[in-house]
Design a protein around this ligand. Structure first.
Ligand code: SF4
Length: 404
């Protein structure tokens, strides 16, 4: 029997573009929002036809909904009403569904909040990144630390059951002390979930490009060394753990019972439908030789808005130049390992052997021999998982598996 569906709704609008941001989000004029919401709703209405055309099973029942961005909290009440109305018209949304709205502190209007609560949002995820005002300002965040505390209190007063915060280690001007202070402030809010990311210096963000070019714009000259960032990340893991926010994935920490059910679907290869700009989908398939079907929406606004509800205009995912939109047993096995290893609980190799055969599991275990000796992965009976050191060097582990 199929699992219930997770629905991801991409809202790529932001008030200002943060210098470190490498998402397909931008400061599109708010006058474009209505047309965008109409297109998202058209996509939801056409999802069943798109899935059928791709021989993929689209579950009827939805048990998680995630508004990601961008800054979805910038939507007006009428936009949320339109999206929820369409979603409930097309799917059976479980009464106890986890419904998350990503938000920027200070960018949740009173009417939007009232509508979100009325429509079923029960989890708000704030992009805080740093409680230190100079650090937040240096990367273009528009809030202060005290505003973050006020906003979290406001959510609770409005009845939001669950609050998650994002933090970034490795921001310009950050120090060991200021990082520790930000983590302490996050704990002090009583948030039930915290995500910790290490700053990515790559060519997909203004800050990354400037740092790679050796320039000083966007405070690139004040970036901490990556070794220091890795140490702070580890210290953050320990502090969160000691405060009852246990690590359950490389970047995610939660109190017992408060993991993000939506995000766990990605790591457990449970079906999800993504609608909106650059949204990705993964559905299971009945087609012979195919286990899963994946696709991604265009990451350019004009191309997305120009697409039709029947799914034309969607692009297939490319990996190493090979189209992998229809994943067979080998791909499903690889993904189970790669994604499962991200979770602290690890991967049950006996279960994988039952599902995918002993041969594949033996090859994978042989490939992991070196990294096990190096202390990056550990085995406990049938379970294999990354160690704390391995979570910092996860790419090295994944590369071994890829070679195998
Ligand atoms: S608010 Fe989020 S999505 Fe928008 S620019 Fe900043 S980091 Fe990117």
């Amino acid at each position: 029997m199929d699992s219930s569906l997770g629905v991801y709704i991409s809202i790529p609008f932001c008030k200002a573009k943060c210098s470190f941001c490498n998402f397909a989000s931008d400061v599109f004029g708010m006058e474009r929002v209505q047309g965008y919401v109409d297109r998202v709703c058209e996509e939801l209405r056409g999802a069943r036809g798109v899935a059928a055309g791709r021989l993929a099973r689209l579950p009827e029942r939805v048990d998680t909904v995630y508004f990601g961005g961008g800054t979805p909290s910038l939507l007006e009440a009428r936009h949320l009403e339109q999206i929820f109305g369409t979603l409930r018209g097309e799917f059976e949304v479980a009464a106890d569904a986890e419904v998350t709205l990503e938000a920027a502190p200070g960018q949740v209007g009173e009417r939007t909040l009232e509508a979100a609560m009325r429509l079923g949002v029960n989890r708000v995820s704030f992009g805080v990144q740093s409680f230190v005002d100079t650090e937040a300002a240096a990367v273009g965040r528009l809030h202060t630390g005290s505003e973050c505390h006020r906003e979290i209190g406001r959510m609770r007063t409005a009845g939001v059951e669950r609050v998650s915060l994002d933090l970034i280690a490795g921001l310009p001007h950050q120090t060991e002390e200021s990082w520790g202070w930000s983590v302490g402030e996050a704990i002090a809010t009583g948030a039930d979930h915290v995500s910790v990311y290490m700053l990515e210096v790559d060519e997909d963000s203004r800050l990354g490009r400037e740092a790679m070019a050796g320039g000083g714009r966007y405070h690139a000259g004040a970036l901490p060394h990556e070794d220091a960032t890795a140490e702070w990340y580890e210290a953050g893991c320990s502090a969160l753990d000691a405060a009852g926010l246990g690590q359950y994935e490389i970047s995610n920490f939660a109190r017992d019972g408060y993991t993000s059910s939506h995000n766990v679907k990605y790591w457990k290869r449970l079906p999800y439908l993504g609608v909106g700009l650059d949204a990705h989908s993964m559905l299971l398939s009945d087609e012979p030789e195919t286990v899963a079907v994946r696709w991604a929406n265009p990451d350019e606004m004009g191309a997305y808005l120009g697409g039709s509800g029947d799914g034309s205009g969607l692009r297939v995912l490319q990996a190493g130049g090979v189209v992998v939109d229809r994943g067979g047993v080998d791909e499903a096995f690889e993904e189970s390992l790669f994604l499962g290893l991200r979770l602290n609980v690890g991967v049950d190799m006996e279960a994988l052997a039952r599902e995918f055969g002993d041969g594949r599991v033996r090859v994978a275990l042989d490939a992991l021999g070196d990294v096990e000796l190096a202390g990056l992965v550990e085995r406990r009976s049938a379970m294999i998982r990354l160690t704390a050191k391995g979570r910092l060097a996860s790419n090295e582990v994944f590369n071994r598996l890829l070679v195998a």
